[in-house]
Structures are given as C-alpha cells and as structure tokens.
Design a protein around this ligand. Structure first.
Ligand code: FAD
Length: 302
C-alpha cells in the first residue's frame, strides 16, 4: 500500500506527488493524461519565475521533475471510484484496486464548451477560456465574452480594461451575474451587452475574425467582426466519479479546508477540482503542495 496516492497528473497532482515523495514516504500517482489541462495551453506567461513557456513543454517538465523522485507513476489510467475501508481503496477502470493510507484527489476541471462551429478550430487562435491567461493578447482589440453569469461578467470587466471593446452575449433574456457586477460593467464605456443572443458560429480563416449569433426574439442572424471570443459558460470539475463518498458543492467542487483536507479522514484534494477560488497553474501547484503537507501531517498523527 502507498502512504500517499495522488489521483490526477496536472500541476496540482505533480506538485502533490513531489512534495510527498520528498518526505521519503511511499508515493504513487495515477493519471489519465499527465500534464492535464496544461497540454491544451499554448503560451503560458503567468507562471511566476518562468517568463514564457508552452503547455506541452511544461507538461513534459512536470513529468521529468516527478521522475527525479521515487514515485510510482501510472499513466493512461482512469480512476472510477474511491472507498474508505481500513485503507483508502481506489479502483481503476481496468478493475485494478490501489490501496493507500491517504489519497490526494487532483482530477481538475474542464471548461464547458459552446459546441458551435469554429470553437474547436480556433482554440488558441482567438478562442480563449481564461481572461487572466489570455486577456493581454487582446490589448486594444474587440472581443466577445459568451456567458452572462458571474464569471462571464467578471471576465468582461477584466477585459474591458485591456481590450478596445467587449461585447457580452447571453442566451437568456437576463444576465445571471450579481447586480454589483452588472452595474460595474454598465459603467464602463467600451462594453455592450446582448441578451437573448444564441451564438451560432465563430468565424475566421487562420484566426478568429467574428462571431455570428441568432437574435432569439426576431430569429435574425447577426454577425459582429472581432478578434477574440472568451467562452465563460461554466467550469465543470472532474469529480462525478466520487459520487457521495466525499463532500462536494452543488456544482461538484470538492470541499477542502485550508490544509487541503476533505470531510473524509485521509482524503485530501487540490487544484481545479476543489472549491478553492481562481483556477490557475500556480494556484494548483500551491494547493497540491498544501495537500501533500496536510497528508504528511495526517500520517504522522495517525
Ligand atoms: P488539470 O490540469 O485539469 O489535471 C487533472 C488531471 O487529472 C489530469 O492528469 C487528468 O488526466 C486527470 N484525471 C481527471 N479525471 C481522472 C480520472 N477519473 N482518473 C484518472 N485521472 C484523471 N492557467 C494558468 O495559470 N496560465 C495559463 O496561461 C493557462 N492557460 C490555460 C489555457 C487553457 C486552454 C486551459 C484549458 C487552461 C489554462 N489554464 C491556465 C488553467 C490551468 O491549466 C489549470 O488551472 C490547471 O491545469 C489546473 O491543474 P489541476 O492539476 O488542478 O488539474
């Protein structure tokens, strides 16, 4: 059995495994895709201390760093359940069961996609999901934010300070964001809000050059020329596999305390799959370290 078994191999999982292994305890990491979301990222400019890197390069160096330690790395393996018995048992899709005294869940999240033509094609070519990451690429340009919930309106306010113009498109007749955010957005001169607007297509040739939407009231299709589209229709944590074993929020985020501990003794969590705010690489790495130190603390007390 392991002392610490990390589920997930993104920035949070790699960090948790390295911190655990550095304590000289038996550490394993099981992941479907090592590197996680980082694999899908082009330029990364906000990993402090690294001026610029690219997703696949960072993913490779996370793995290289983990390999420096005595860590059992199990790649291309999907976990399907977790059960607390004497030890914590983690079952893989292939039926194998891994046992550990503590488990750190770092299965991350995924941005909900719009699913319209052009979205996948122009990902990283004008289609973006993270205003903190990619906002500065659109300085002075016209961008759209799709989604009028809190994250959409926060993104629009953030982008309005950088971009030339920001157009928000919301499917419903009203924005769902808090009214203080809506007021803030409305006070910014370079913003437009379109409600009852159904995005139909993101257009472009080598990169985004516009967005087409259906004005739901009239049924008419309209087109706006712009250079960027930020999709903000929700972040979905990869936690369904946990079922009711661990406490999660209404949206599925694992509830953790400031030591990374969940409500189940010995089960910790870190990164985008938790209810900690702001989903970023550096934050995931930090919370992975916290969870590993939390697990170590738990091990020496139990
Ligand atoms: P993830 O990276 O999501 O990793 C989850 C891991 O769990 C993966 O290894 C996955 O395969 C594994 N997994 C999931 N389910 C299972 C299962 N059932 N069984 C086994 N393994 C499983 N952040 C920045 O700071 N700067 C940026 O520039 C930036 N740009 C981004 C661009 C894009 C396109 C995207 C998608 C994200 C970007 N982010 C950026 C966000 C950043 O990538 C995430 O915050 C970070 O990767 C979260 O790390 P994590 O380890 O919590 O989860």
């Amino acid at each position: 059995a392991y002392d610490v078994l990390v589920v997930g191999g993104g920035p949070a999982g790699a960090s948790a495994a390295i911190y655990a292994a550095r304590k000289g305890i038996r550490t394993g990491i099981v992941a479907e895709r090592f590197g996680g979301q980082v694999n899908d990222t082009l330029g990364i400019e906000n990993l402090i201390g690294v001026k610029y890197t690219e997703g696949p390069k960072l993913a490779a160096s996370l793995e290289e760093h983990a390999k420096e330690y005595n860590i059992d790395i199990m790649k291309a393996q999907r976990v399907k359940s977790l059960e607390k018995k004497d030890l914590i048992e983690v079952e893989l899709d292939n039926g194998a069961v891994l046992k550990s005294k503590t488990v750190i869940v770092t299965t991350g999240a995924r941005w909900r996609n719009l699913g319209v033509p052009g979205e996948a094609e122009f990902k990283n070519k004008g289609v973006a999901y993270c205003p903190h990451c990619d906002g500065p690429l659109f300085a002075g340009k016209h961008v759209a934010v799709v989604g009028g919930g809190n994250s959409g309106i926060e993104a629009a306010i953030d982008l309005a300070g950088i971009a030339g113009h920001v157009t928000v498109l919301e499917f419903m007749p009203e924005l769902k964001a808090d009214s203080v955010l809506q007021d803030r957005l409305n006070s910014m001169p370079n913003t437009t809000v379109l409600k009852n607007a159904q995005v139909k297509e993101i257009t472009g040739t080598s990169k985004v050059d516009g967005i087409s939407y259906i004005e739901r009231e009239s049924g008419e299709t309209k087109h706006i020329e712009l250079q960027g589209v930020f999709v903000q229709i929700g972040l979905v944590p990869n936690t369904d596999w946990l079922g009711d074993t661990v406490e999660r929020t209404r949206t599925g985020e694992i509830v953790v305390n400031n030591h990374g501990a969940t409500n189940v003794p010995g089960v910790f969590a870190a990164g985008d799959c938790t209810n900690s705010p702001y989903k970023q690489i550096i934050i995931s790495m930090g919370s992975g370290a916290t969870a590993a130190l939390g697990a170590f603390d738990y091990l020496i007390r139990n």
